[in-house]
Design a protein around this ligand. Structure first.
Ligand code: PGA
Length: 245
């Protein structure tokens, strides 16, 4: 899976333009391609993606069905717009908007119950990396997010391992470090869900771009990428999708 996290970029009109460019891409791999525009651009994106293989994702959702939650959006409305995936627990949401392991878990359960697929983000901070607790942190975040997920649902879950220090900084984890951490995440999922863990797609994210995508994605444990900056430029995103090993 190659998923573009557009963050707070691309207005509805700009979204239509970028998707028009992305639709021209001839995918040479078997990657499932997903774009995740801002909430206000989802409607325009959905219309533009009608005759396309590219899937639509959202960047967040609320864990309740409806009610007095000013400014929030619910799963039912995302589904109505043709959204299939929802990014949950991105580190920017954890850092700036009070997202916690508990709310990520509630959202994961709601998204799955509503027939959407979560892309759950986990990742360690620079301090946590420096003191050597990366695996503990990401495995805890993963298990907390998946608490209460059923064995029938686990295959619809996507995990994105995104070291916080690598996001938007131009610094990436080395391919072998990313591979090892993702192996640890898969082991944690296996402890709870058995060999269904082998079917869970685990992506790498954090300054993945047209230059390093091939090396990262040729690692055996890495099932794709969650791409921020490089997903906003069609030529770069194309090179990530059609990466060379
Ligand atoms: P980046 O963002 O590719 O710009 O580092 C990735 C992400 O935050 O999902």
């Amino acid at each position: 899976m190659i998923a573009g996290n557009w963050k707070m970029n691309k207005s509805p009109a700009e979204t239509v333009k970028l998707i028009a460019e992305l639709k021209k891409i001839q995918t040479k791999t078997n990657a499932e391609v997903v774009v995740c525009p801002m909430t206000v651009s989802l409607f325009a994106a959905s219309a533009q993606l009608k005759d396309s293989e590219i899937k639509l994702g959202a960047q967040n959702v609320h864990f309740e069905d409806k009610g007095a939650f000013t400014g929030e959006v619910n799963c039912a409305s995302l589904k109505e717009l043709g959204v299939e995936y929802v990014i949950l627990g991105h580190s920017e949401r954890r850092q700036y908007f009070g997202e916690t392991d508990e709310t990520v878990n509630k959202k994961t359960l709601k998204v799955l119950e509503q027939g959407l697929k979560p892309i759950v983000c986990v990742g360690e901070s620079l301090e946590q990396k420096q003191i050597g607790i990366t695996n503990e942190v990401v495995c805890l975040q993963t298990k907390a997010a998946l608490c209460g997920v059923t064995s029938a649902q686990i295959r619809d879950v996507v995990i994105a391992y995104e070291p916080v220090w690598a996001i938007g900084t131009g610094m990436t984890a080395t391919a072998s470090d990313a591979n090892q951490t993702i192996a640890a995440i898969r082991k944690a999922i296996r402890e709870v869900f058995g060999y269904a863990a082998d079917d869970v797609r685990i992506l790498y994210g954090g300054s993945m771009n047209d230059k390093n995508a091939g090396e990262l994605m040729s690692q055996p444990e890495i099932d794709g990428g969650l791409i921020g900056g490089a997903s906003l430029i069609a030529e770069k995103f194309e090179k990530v999708i059609n990466y060379n090993r």
